[in-house]
Design a protein. Structure first.
Length: 239
């Protein structure tokens, strides 16, 4: 059974999501919250696998609530999906940086919401790297990049090869494309990516893309990896 918490200040939105999710035999809504502070408390109490988190809420906004949840060592199995009304929203980038596993538009189809919950509950990243890349480029172009110095410090422990791999991930490369570009085996490429997760404290591939942009390893408009475009990726650690 996949357990879910819903955080949204609109009662009708929460009710609609709850009715849809509870209608599925493998999903159960275990908590609701109308503001960010209550959401954090509910998540700590019920420890759901997935949190559907609205961004704009009273008391504590969704971005701050997301950061508190994803940084809580007592909640290693809880993953956050950010809900937004806008496709390109400055808060979405901040939520990804705060540890969210992806984002969804509120007007999505019911089947897409159910699929998203199952994907994230399985430990996979909701956003395909190429889609994440477009989102981040839009934000970076608008001047939303944080201090490069701090971001550079974060990647300082990486080896030259690990920096190469992070750059390719930031450009939207799959593990197979990384292997092809660096002329290594797919298993070796997968191992390099796994080391990036460990060294950078990233929860999924979407966060690696954020780090690559913040540190300056990838800049807006940089070319994606050569070769045919891969299928849309959802796996964060195993694709």
């Amino acid at each position: 059974m996949i357990t879910v918490a819903i955080a949204d200040d609109q009662t009708l939105v929460r009710a609609g999501f709850r009715a849809l999710l509870d209608s599925e035999p493998d999903i159960a809504v275990v908590a609701e919250a109308a503001d960010g502070r209550a959401a954090v408390e509910a998540v700590r109490e019920h420890r759901p696998e997935v949190v559907l988190m609205d961004i704009r809420m009273p008391e504590l906004d969704g971005l701050q609530a997301t950061a508190q949840i994803t940084s809580d060592r007592g909640l290693p199995g809880t993953r956050v999906i950010v809900l937004t009304t806008f496709e390109i929203d400055e808060y979405v980038f901040g939520a990804l940086r705060a540890g969210a596993s992806g984002f969804l538009l509120k007007d999505l189809e019911p089947a897409d919401l159910l699929a998203a919950v199952r994907v994230v509950a399985a430990g996979e990243a909701l956003l395909a790297p190429r889609l994440t890349r477009r989102l981040i480029e839009a934000f970076v172009t608008g001047g939303g990049v944080p201090d490069r110095g701090r971001a550079a410090e974060r990647i300082a422990p990486l080896t030259p090869r690990e920096r190469e791999v992070l750059t390719l991930v930031g450009r939207g490369a799959s593990n197979a494309e990384i292997a092809q570009t660096l002329v290594v085996s797919p298993l070796t490429a997968k191992t390099h990516v796994a080391r990036l997760f460990a060294k950078l404290g990233a929860r999924d591939r979407a966060q690696l893309v954020v780090i690559a942009y913040e540190s300056g390893l990838v800049v807006p408009g940089s070319a994606p990896p050569a070769g045919p475009a891969p299928a849309v990726q959802t796996h964060d650690r195993a694709d």
